[in-house]
Design a protein around this ligand. Structure first.
Ligand SMILES: [Zn+2]
Length: 199
């Protein structure tokens, strides 16, 4: 029964090729899941770097849980800036999702320590060459400020959300200015002159 042996050999080669195809295709995801498992064992960040380099925390109008129509409440903070301003990751972590949805428009989600997910929305565009599973630091540009999704009728801004396993939490108390302390001391303008737009 030579043909049986030959057939089984051919089948084995085919099976191995199929297995390799499946494994290599899914390997990126498997590596990401391994990273995520490790992140879950770590304590969540308590300080978040300001995602827009030149924005000061005190210039952000607190809109956490503000009414947003249809019984919806604002699950994050809006940080206003000129369209095209680079958005830096507020934490280290891994890119969990890159995608478009009705409310958020173009969005990037980062998974960080403790399995927390950091959500960046209304992006005008994504940073070139970013992929799901990429490692990020607080120096990684994720994309650029825009007004996509339900922000089309508002001035360009970054919607920044933080999600724990039990839901959204207010990012504002954790946000920390990136500007050096010396710049803060040189700040002489009265508070009333600082940008404090509402949205
Ligand atoms: Zn928002």
């Amino acid at each position: 029964m030579r043909w049986v042996r030959r057939f089984s050999k051919l089948f084995a080669v085919f099976a191995v090729a199929l297995l390799l195809f499946v494994v290599t295709g899914a390997s990126d995801r498997l590596v990401l899941y391994a990273h995520i498992l490790k992140l879950y064992t770590q304590t969540p960040d308590t300080r978040l770097a300001m995602p827009l380099e030149d924005v000061r925390k005190q210039s952000i109008a607190d809109t956490w849980q503000a009414a947003r129509g249809e019984g919806r409440k604002h699950e994050g903070q809006d940080i206003f800036a000129t369209r095209g301003t680079p958005i830096l990751s507020a934490t280290s972590g891994y890119i969990y999702n890159i995608g478009e949805n009705n409310l958020g428009g173009q969005t990037v989600s980062i998974i960080g320590k403790g399995g927390r997910v950091y959500y960046y929305a209304h992006l005008d565009s994504y940073a070139r060459g970013i992929h799901i599973g990429d490692r990020v630091t607080t120096r990684t540009v994720l994309g650029y400020v825009g007004a996509t999704g339900n922000a089309q009728s508002t001035p360009p801004h970054l919607h920044f959300g933080v999600y724990t396993s039990s839901g959204a939490i207010n990012p504002l108390p954790m946000l920390t200015d990136r500007l050096p302390p010396t710049a803060t001391r040189q700040e002489t303008r009265p508070r009333s002159q600082l940008i404090n737009r509402k949205a």
